[in-house]
Design a protein around this ligand. Sequence first.
Ligand SMILES: N[C@@H](CCC(=O)N[C@@H](CS)C(=O)NCC(=O)O)C(=O)O
Length: 410
Amino acid sequence: VLHSGSGNKNAFKALIAAEYCGVKVELPKNFEMGVSNKTPEFIKMNPLGKVPVLETPDGAVFESNAIARYVARSKGDNLLWGGSLIEYARVEQWMDFAATEVDPNIARWLYPRLGYRAFNAQDEEFGIAGLKRALEALNTHLASNTFLVGHSVTLADIVMTCNLYHGFARILTKTFTSEFPHVERYFWTMVNQPNFKKVIGEFKQAEVVPPVQKKAAPAKQKEAKKEAPKAAPKPAVVEAPEEEAPKPKPKNPLDLLPPSKMVLDDWKRLYSNTKSNFHDVAVKGFWEMYDPEGYSLWFCDYKYQEENTVSYVTLNKVGGFLQRMDLCRKYAFGKMLVIGSEAPFKVKGLWLFRGQDIPEFVMKEVYDMELYEWTKVDLSDEAQKKRVEAMIEDLEPFEGQALLDAKCFK
Ligand SMILES: N[C@@H](CCC(=O)N[C@@H](CS)C(=O)NCC(=O)O)C(=O)O
């Protein structure tokens, strides 16, 4: 009996191995995560109270890789653990690699975003950088190998796929994985093997990187429940944290401000539609439209520029910030520049907000806001005015450096 909820990727390892070697493994009927695994009987099987745990006629085994090995070895006549001494070692090598280089780095990136751990931008950067390093190595190996070891599926493929599964399902979007085409090909080949499919069902890759949760979710984690282990399994692995009850929406105070002659949408249209002679048309047009009473301009400067050591991570950070600003699209326009051609990259921006202050709801709702130093633009200072223009039109060099990217929020 494999003690676990039915959507657990660590439990999938033993279940898939069991399909390959024809071993009968059952999931308990009424397993409840956070309850069933905290009983005194369960703690006797695994002192950490973690799942999965395999109950065998000879006693219990915990740690999903050990459980998968037990299942594979319980029928001697299969090639899941390799066909020679060197293959046994290589199967172990890739299982350890999956457990130490892939799994923890996916968790570092994903779990805070699911609200299971506190978010820390530096941890996330380390997680992504570590994962990229691991996937690059894996990609190189898979460029000339269909399977990790030998010429058929081994335990190494089962464990690697299950450890990648969580990432591919929840955070590794196509934009990220397309950098590792052989890993992609491998992953899709594996999840489409009939014995994998029987356990995990149809697989769907994540389409968006989940936004950072503001608070860590309660410690108790639950797993997706299903009626029967083999009935059309769904790719749900970890439930989204419980949502707070919706609160009634008060009117936005910015809608109560005296009307402004500046129509934000007109400016956004002018910005988007100006394809040539940008300075004379769009920048001049901006000043003609700008209403310093109804709107204010702000410079922002990332407080931790020295942390921007990986270009991809820096660009993602800015992309995530702009996604989270979605809630103020009606009241704001922004430009975010990623400056420099080599690390550390500088992130600086220009924002136009309705009203004379940075809207309070933005400060409250968008955690990124406090990662930046905000300075109100003083338009009586010609240099600041020129800086506003340079930012609007992505003028290069910007403060002596090339631009890696310029993103617009409109
Ligand atoms: N290294 C362990 C990881 C086990 C693990 O972290 N299990 C999680 C669910 S995927 C758990 O039981 N968490 C509950 C807890 O920490 O109390 C394995 O591969 O089996």
